[in-house]
Ligand binder design. Sequence first.
Ligand SMILES: C[S@@+](CC[C@H](N)C(=O)[O-])C[C@H]1O[C@@H](n2cnc3c(N)ncnc32)[C@H](O)[C@@H]1O
Length: 273
Amino acid sequence: MKPELQRRVQRYGWNKAAEYYNASWQAQLKPAQDRLMDMAELKPGERVIETACGTGLVTFRIAKAVEPDGEVLATDISEDMVEYAKSAANELRIHNATFQRMDAEQLKLDANGFDAAVCGLGLMYVPDPLESLKEMHRVLKPGGRGAVAIWGERKNCGWADIFPIVDKRVASDVCPMFFQQGTGGTLENSLKEAGFKNIDVDRFKVKLHFKNPEHVVMAAFSGGPVALAYDKFDEETRDEAHREYLDSIALFRNGSGYQIPGEFVVARAISRD
Ligand SMILES: C[S@@+](CC[C@H](N)C(=O)[O-])C[C@H]1O[C@@H](n2cnc3c(N)ncnc32)[C@H](O)[C@@H]1O
């Protein structure tokens, strides 16, 4: 898929996913976000850039960690995600977070401006993850810290058939490189190539809990990256795709719900001396 098309699929797909995202994914992503926050080791007073902030689940934790004098600039390619996060921040009375629509591969920011750069579960969606890591590196001050969380290997993520199931109905790859960075030593190599040093990588397995078939279907089709393609399906195609996805995860049925295996990789690194 051409990079420009991938950016559009992500931007408009995540616009559609914004209102479903927290209900579908907040609990499932918490272990990765907890580890990301631990590894980022943020301190009061620090200035932080976050890429692919989504609804702000990580943003609000960053804001808390750097208060009272620190601040976070949270960015995302989807305007609806940015708006969602901005209004949630207002409701939560978070005053040290600002939000801007920005492509993670092209940060419209000067070099050397931030103490830390954080990206939670965003790197799977950008056309060129290395470029995105280079951008995080560029905007960090010397000695600044990068922290990144991604999904792990395809074989360890029991829900992975969602991509081929949707792809074959739209004749394109919705998320062509989703598992690339999470496989083997790829993320560590990419961080090195982006200029980072002292890289520390943690890989761990989790179980994703969904309370019933409706919940698991909503998370897969409406709350994530395939939302744009799914929106164009007619009712018959939707029913057929739902059935196929439920078959693909049948092994993980647990009572009336599902416990699906997943894997995360979380890394931190230092920009430069
Ligand atoms: C799974 S969500 C992660 C949101 C949040 N960081 C979290 O941990 O809950 C992925 C986010 O990546 C964003 N995204 C996809 N492609 C992007 C790009 N090229 N630049 C910036 N954000 C992008 C999407 O809009 C979406 O909000």
